[in-house]
Design a protein around this ligand. Structure first.
Ligand SMILES: [Zn+2]
Length: 308
């Protein structure tokens, strides 16, 4: 196997660095990639995070995989990319400095915007080698995602991979244009996304479920053997956002993972001068998979996502 000019033989672990761009100071920026080949033939699994630079909990998941040598498999190859969007990571930002989202810039182009160049590096040097991909994310700013996988569940390979990962929630998600998931799916790769926790925060539960899910996938693909307990997972095919009916202080009385009835009171929104307090009601019967943690909301802000 040869990645970006570096040869990796069976039984070897090597670091490859994808040169992506230069800072204005002249400092070169590259993307470290950790490749571990087992001594036996087998599939190639890509574990990656930091496509959104501020989703630190997911970066920590891949760090743990490398640190505990979970990537050193007997069969096949594990490719780890802990931080794809290095620019966002050093700026505590989801996007690259010009505001573009790398996950709307795939497959990318060597002469494109910075986001497009980052996407291109992954598309050119890494994706062609991969059979299976797990892309790790967290919720956005102040939005907590319950540990969940998202994939095209009508595709048998994706469903099997998501079931093997065994997150507490297994969700169907349609493909979004110009995302990594769409690009990889259209190249016949089996890809799922993991979401857990929120950006710029550590969450041990979401971290540990992700590490356990990776071990279960390595068992499923016969790449390594781990003792992992199979847990109950709730599979849902649709999601709906609930938006704030008014502006003010949002006080939820429910938590992520709770099962809601239709029109159930989920909290209140009140004025800062004690001038009003309105109940908020669920707009679907289902499970809360995302909850807004920002105490102040404007009318129309997404405050909760319900899977049903
Ligand atoms: Zn993300």
């Amino acid at each position: 196997m040869k990645i970006a000019g570096i040869k990796i033989a069976k039984g070897q672990t090597k670091q490859v660095r994808l040169a992506v761009a230069k800072l204005t100071s002249g400092v070169k920026i590259d993307i470290p990639v950790f490749v571990s080949r087992g001594i036996n033939d087998g599939p190639v699994l890509l574990l990656m995070a930091g496509l959104h630079g501020d989703e630190i909990n997911s970066v920590d998941v891949i760090r743990t995989i490398i640190d505990k040598e979970i990537n050193r498999v007997k069969s096949g190859t594990v490719v780890c990319v802990p931080i794809l969007n290095v620019f966002g990571f050093i700026n505590f930002s989801r996007e690259v400095p010009d505001g573009k989202d790398v996950n709307r810039s795939f497959p990318g182009h060597s002469e494109g915007s910075l986001a497009s160049q980052i996407a291109y590096q992954l598309s050119k040097h890494i994706l062609p080698h991969c059979d299976y991909i797990i892309d790790f994310h967290t919720g956005g700013k102040s939005r907590f995602n319950i540990p969940q996988t998202r994939s095209v569940l009508s595709n048998l390979d994706c469903k099997e991979l998501a079931d093997a990962f065994n997150a507490p929630f297994t969700l169907h998600s349609n493909l979004i244009p110009k995302t990594l998931r769409e690009t990889a799916f259209n190249q016949d790769k089996t890809i799922i996304v993991y979401e857990g926790g929120e950006s710029l925060r550590f969450d041990k539960v979401a971290h540990d479920i992700a590490v356990s899910g990776i071990k279960k996938v390595l068992n499923f693909l016969s790449m390594q053997e781990f003792d992992e307990l199979k847990l109950k997972s709730i599979t849902k095919y649709k999601r709906k956002w609930l938006r704030a009916p008014t502006s003010g202080f949002f006080h939820p009385i429910v938590k992520v993972g709770d099962k809601l009835k239709f029109k159930q009171v989920i909290g209140t929104i009140s004025g800062p001068y004690a001038d009003y307090q309105n109940n908020c009601y669920s707009n679907k019967e289902g499970y809360i998979i995302t909850l807004n943690n920002n105490p102040m909301v404007n009318r129309g802000d997404a405050i909760m996502q319900i899977a049903y």
